[in-house]
Write a protein that binds this ligand. Structure first.
Ligand SMILES: NCc1[nH]cc(CCC(=O)O)c1CC(=O)O
Length: 312
């Protein structure tokens, strides 16, 4: 293992916390190696007040970091898998996937214990089309209001009373040590998570086999297989994270079970399918499940969503 390793990271609290966790893991496992964080500002960080669905473009949070990797200014990058596009640049791979945090979305409120306790017409904050669609389906009476910004900004907006409740990924709050802010976790039946939610991915140069070897202790194969199936589903749908789609896979022994969802933004149509198969077929399970949902009406839904984004 090299004596010094540089991790390229976004400057957000969550990104720095995740990268610091990886730094501490590496330094504990490889005495004699020291790890340095290099903060990099991404396009996504500069346009935090614009709904991402309107900005379009995939990988808003990773492009500048990948450039730094390719130019050898940094050696690895720690991403939330959810933010990593399916098409990586030549020469890089996400080859180390640590064990998954909770995949579910969290309901966060100061006054109400669960979604069903929210009074008629209450306001709930999220900018994710996936969350909006599933919320509208569960509670058509609620007023869903956009909510952008880093995690700390979103929590502050809730505390200031701009919303009766907000939705955030449980994993992010847990990683920040803010688990007490989670009022309730949704079940995956109520709210199917985003592709890769709760999972980290470590990206590095394909040529850096020594580093890959040195990071193997962080790899969790079951998480990697589950996320591979979810990402194959995403790839077939050519979706960024700004479309009302979700997927979640679990691995039990040699069997992988994948649930996928495509919904209309208004929540009036929610298409959901599940498939199981051998872990060795993770990618084809994902692709096939996407095909099934496209044929069941998903294609028409996605054509409409992509059409709207292109005009914006
Ligand atoms: N969309 C941004 C994002 N990307 C990763 C996380 C944290 C959770 C995770 O690692 O999946 C979040 C915040 C959120 O969705 O609430």
């Amino acid at each position: 293992m090299k004596q010094t390793i540089k991790i390229g990271t976004r400057a957000s609290l969550l990104a720095v916390t995740q990268s610091t966790w990886v730094k501490n893991q590496i330094e504990a496992h490889h005495p004699g190696t020291s790890v340095e964080l290099v903060k990099i500002t991404t396009k996504g960080d500069k346009i935090l007040d614009v709904p991402l669905a309107k900005v379009g473009g995939k990988g808003l949070f990773v492009k500048e970091i990948e450039d730094a990797l390719l130019e050898k200014r940094v050696d690895l990058a720690v991403h939330s898998m959810k933010d990593v596009p399916t098409d990586l640049p030549d020469g890089l791979h996400v080859a180390v996937v640590p064990v998954r945090e909770v995949p579910q979305d969290a309901f966060i409120s100061v006054k109400y214990a669960t979604l069903s306790e929210l009074p008629h017409g209450a306001t709930i904050g999220t900018s994710s089309l996936r969350r909006k669609a599933q919320l509208a389906s569960l509670r058509p009476d609620l007023e869903i209001k956009d909510l952008r910004g880093n995690l700390d900004t979103r929590l502050r907006k809730l505390d200031e009373g701009m919303y009766d409740a907000i939705i955030l990924a449980g994993a992010g709050l847990n990683r920040l040590g803010m688990q007490e802010r989670i009022t309730a976790l949704f079940s995956v039946e109520e709210m199917l998570p985003a592709i890769g939610q709760g999972s980290l991915g470590i990206e590095l140069r394909e040529s850096d086999s020594e580093l890959l070897e040195g990071l193997q202790f962080l790899h969790h194969e079951e998480t990697a297989l589950a996320v591979a199936a979810e990402r194959a589903f995403l790839l077939r749908l050519e979706g960024g994270c700004q479309v009302p789609i979700g997927a979640y896979a679990t691995v039990d022994g040699d069997i992988l079970t994948l649930t996928g969802l495509i919904a209309s933004v208004d929540g009036k149509t929610v298409l959901r399918e599940q498939a199981s198969g051998s872990v060795s077929e993770a990618a084809s399970l994902g692709r096939n499940l996407a095909e099934v949902l496209l044929d069941r009406g998903g294609r028409a839904i996605l054509d409409e969503v992509y059409g709207e984004n292109n005009q914006a």
